[in-house]
Ligand binder design. Structure first.
Ligand code: ADP
Length: 255
């Protein structure tokens, strides 16, 4: 009986691994094909010549955007793989979370969103100890999704709260929402919600797994509350200070 249970468990693991591998091939294959079709097509048109400089400029821009798309895919894949296999160190430093969120909005996101981005920040939050670059990636991924999966002009609310030793921050949108049965699955690699609303929105299903991985490296948790057609709120809660043993491990591996 024990042997049977063991085999059943092994089988489940293999099926899950197999699914990740085939999702990997379909996402990477699709992304590469789309980007390369653009790069080949536009470079061919430039090569054939006879273009005025405005057209040439536009095609060069398209090629550039496709190349950025491929670079992002490779970076995300490698980042996630490295973090999952424990090959990425944490760089613990003092971080002002409210300032970080405001900076990300003003420096990188404000141009890509036509609607309002509002803040509801708890001014009493003390500096926390975290990895600032990795937290930037968490906040950027959540906000980029909020923009991407909302109608143009939708309001996005970014908030923070101090909860006795824990920091809680959230990103709320009034976009397409997520069906209840997908709310956990979307944190798995390559998982995307297939619907008429998402069909024309590009993506690889790597943004949220990266978010969860980084939040877990901070000993925190991330989850979503959502109502289909009304919007979603992604919450992150993590300790303001990592447990002592976590810091000791990274100090040791830094040597
Ligand atoms: P990507 O956006 O590249 O597909 P993510 O891992 O960031 O990958 O998100 C996984 C899926 O979760 C998305 O494809 C989308 O279906 C859903 N999703 C993520 N954020 C939101 C959001 N704010 N509103 C609605 N759906 C979302």
């Amino acid at each position: 009986n024990k042997m049977y249970m063991w085999l059943a468990l092994q089988n489940e693991t293999l099926v899950a691994q197999n699914r990740v591998q085939s999702d990997f091939l379909s996402v990477v294959g699709h992304e590469f094909r789309t980007a390369l079709t653009g790069i080949l097509g536009f470079s061919e048109m430039i090569r054939e010549g006879d273009l005025d400089s405005d057209d040439a400029q536009e095609y060069a821009e398209d090629i550039h955007n496709d190349a950025i798309r491929l670079t992002r895919l490779i970076n995300d894949l490698l980042d996630l793989e490295r973090m999952k296999s424990g090959r990425v160190e944490m760089n613990w430093e003092s971080v002002a979370i409210n300032g970080l969120m405001q900076d990300i909005v003003t420096r990188t996101l404000i141009g890509s969103h036509r609607g309002q981005i509002q803040f509801e920040l708890d001014e009493d939050i003390p500096p926390i100890e975290a990895d600032s670059d990795k937290l930037t990636q968490v906040i950027t991924n959540l906000m980029t999704n909020a923009i991407k999966y909302s109608p143009e002009g939708g309001t996005i609310l970014v908030g923070s709260k101090w909860e006795s030793g824990n920091i809680h921050f959230f990103v709320q949108d009034h976009g397409i929402g997520i069906p209840a049965e997908k709310m956990e699955q979307i944190f798995e690699r390559y998982a995307r919600v297939e619907s008429t609303a998402t069909r024309y929105i590009g993506g690889t299903g790597l943004g949220l797994p990266i978010v969860r991985q980084i939040v877990e490296m901070h000993h925190g948790s991330v989850w979503v509350e959502s109502c289909l057609g009304e919007g979603s709120t992604f919450h992150v809660v993590m300790p303001a200070q990592p447990p002592q043993e976590a810091k000791a491990i990274s100090a040791y591996t830094d040597l």
